[in-house]
Design a binder for this molecule. Structure first.
Ligand code: ADP
Ligand code: GLC
Length: 494
């Protein structure tokens, strides 16, 4: 049994903007089920504190002043959660990263440096919690300073840093470095400096004993120019410490046989309920009631990463085909506006919901026929797994975790009992269109389509196997940590 401090900036169901929250809300539960003593550390955002009500807490004093550490458990589990409260820092309602004007909070450097500093104090058992982790598992740039700051601690735990999305790096002007009073030696390009800016993510990439990312394919991709976001060389240098572990899904929350958020339940053996859910979805979204038409869905952040521009490019051609579209998402305003114009042009064929709506996301997964995920890059992606589980074969660009989790329904794969979606290989409008047409041809053959649905639904996306792989990474990190200590001791003797 290991003691693991899991640090993340969002954790479902407490707060969520994307897949990081899904992972942070379900991987710790899977690790706990494997007998690990895992505890989560995250900020006490205003919405979280309000939803949880008064909690037991302890007050500590840091350079930022008085800090409260609230204690609770992850809902529906026995996994302890510590929430960091600091007046004026995290107690702001809404999105954890963005101000109401849609721009990042101007003091995100200070806010997440505080998360990191408290993480270090807890990791070193210096705040009276009477618990010393063996491993600190950090996630994304918001936690990147932890492995760097722990370097100065001779008795530190081992560190693991997981990259959920390398495109978000926590870059701040050089002034931030001074403002945060970081040790001077960190200001060089082999440390936290990135082209004269402060890079939070480099703290994880440079200093963690082990680095992981959320799919094997993405672990390879980020060591190359195209997907490396300026970090390819660093990651290549550390490739012996880098591994890719595919995300699992919460297969209770995302299970069409028991999902309380969908009107009719169904499973691979009996898909009848799916037609009922399709009718309910069409009705709720104001789409024409039509059993036969292919209902294509997209749920996600409307940003370039997700290939939303490619979908807009093929919209005129899509509207020449017998399809309906259900889109749920929010993100860049320009995409939201263009999507809105299309939905106004075809009100009974294109339903756009701008915003974040968890129940609707479930109904869409259940009621749609085909799911679209033409991401330009995708570290892992969860929706393509949800959609396979709900018998809604996805059309995906074969990158990152999409390539690792969807098998193309080509004749060869189908003859081997594989084929759970349609995979295309170039992020272009023409290839996306070809892939959608291929999906429609398959959809028009009910027998074949049912087979693809059943292959998709019978795949195992549960967390257990991936959680076991994290345990291996933790052991490797402990080994590297101790090997590293032994090496530095030897060096000091010679
Ligand atoms: P990313 O983290 O890059 O946004 P993922 O596919 O890993 O992509 O995870 C996205 C998660 O957020 C999924 O659980 C998805 O269902 C959810 N999601 C994204 N946008 C919305 C939305 N507008 N409403 C409800 N859920 C959403
Ligand atoms: C990021 C990635 C997404 C991944 C998620 C959880 O948000 O964009 O691909 O599934 O993190 O790891």
């Amino acid at each position: 049994m290991r003691k693991i401090l899991f640090v993340a900036s969002e954790v479902y169901p407490l707060i969520k903007t994307g897949g990081l929250a899904d992972v942070s809300g379900s991987l710790p539960i899977a690790l706990h089920a494997l007998g690990q003593d895992i505890r989560i550390l995250m900020p006490a955002y205003a919405d979280v504190s309000e939803a949880l009500g008064p909690l037991p807490s302890r007050r500590i004093h840091q350079i930022n002043g008085a800090i409260d550490i609230f204690e609770t458990v992850l809902p529906g589990s026995a996994v302890p959660v510590w929430l960091i409260g600091h007046e004026g820092t995290f107690d702001r309602p809404g999105n954890p990263y963005l101000a109401p004007n849609g721009k990042p909070w101007p003091d995100n450097d200070v806010r997440f440096a505080l998360l990191c500093r408290v993480g270090v104090e807890i990791a070193m058992n210096r705040v009276g919690l009477r618990w010393s982790p063996d491993i600190v598992h950090c996630n994304d740039w918001q936690t990147g300073l932890i492995p760097a700051l722990l370097e100065d601690e001779p008795t530190r735990p081992a560190t693991v840093f997981t990259i959920h999305n390398l495109a978000y790096q926590g870059l701040f002007p050089s002034d931030s470095f001074r403002k945060l009073a970081l040790p001077h030696r960190f200001w060089n390009y082999e440390s936290l400096e990135f082209y004269e800016q402060l890079s939070f993510i480099k703290g994880g990439l440079v200093y963690a004993d082990r680095i992981s990312t959320v799919s094997p394919n993405y672990a390879t991709e980020i060591q190359g120019e195209a997907f490396g976001c300026g970090m390819a060389n660093l990651l290549k240098k550390r490739s012996d410490r880098l591994s890719g572990i595919i995300n699992g899904i919460d297969d209770e929350a995302w299970n069409p046989a028991i999902d309380p958020l969908i009107p009719a339940k169904f499973d691979a053996a009996n898909l009848a309920g799916k037609a009922v859910d399709k009718a309910a979805l069409q009705q709720q979204l104001g789409l024409r009631q039509d059993e036969e038409v292919a209902l294509i869905a997209l749920v996600g952040r409307t940003v370039q990463q997700k290939g939303i521009d490619l979908v807009l490019d093929i919209m005129p051609k899509l509207m020449e085909m017998p399809v309906q579209l259900a889109i749920l998402g929010s993100g860049e305003k320009k995409y939201e506006q263009t999507l809105k114009q299309w939905s106004q042009l075809y009100p009974d064929r294109i339903a756009l919901t701008v915003g974040y709506d968890e129940p609707l996301a479930h109904l869409i997964e259940a009621g749609a026929d085909i799911f679209l995920m033409p991401s330009r890059f995708e570290p892992c992606g969860l929706n393509q797994m949800y959609s396979q589980r709900y018998g809604t074969p996805p059309v995906v660009h074969g990158v990152g975790g999409l390539a690792d989790t969807v098998e193309d329904a080509n004749p060869q794969n189908l003859s081997m009992g594989l084929g759970s979606g349609v995979v295309f290989h170039e992020a272009s409008a023409s290839e996306l269109l070809r892939a959608v047409k291929r999906a429609l041809v398959l959809f028009e053959d009910p027998e074949l389509w049912k087979k693809i649905q059943q292959v998709a639904m019978s795949k195992d996306f549960s967390w257990r196997q991936s959680a076991i792989k994290y345990l291996d990474v933790y052991e490797l990190a402990l080994n590297d940590r101790h090997g590293g200590l032994a090496r530095s001791r030897m060096a000091s003797l010679s």
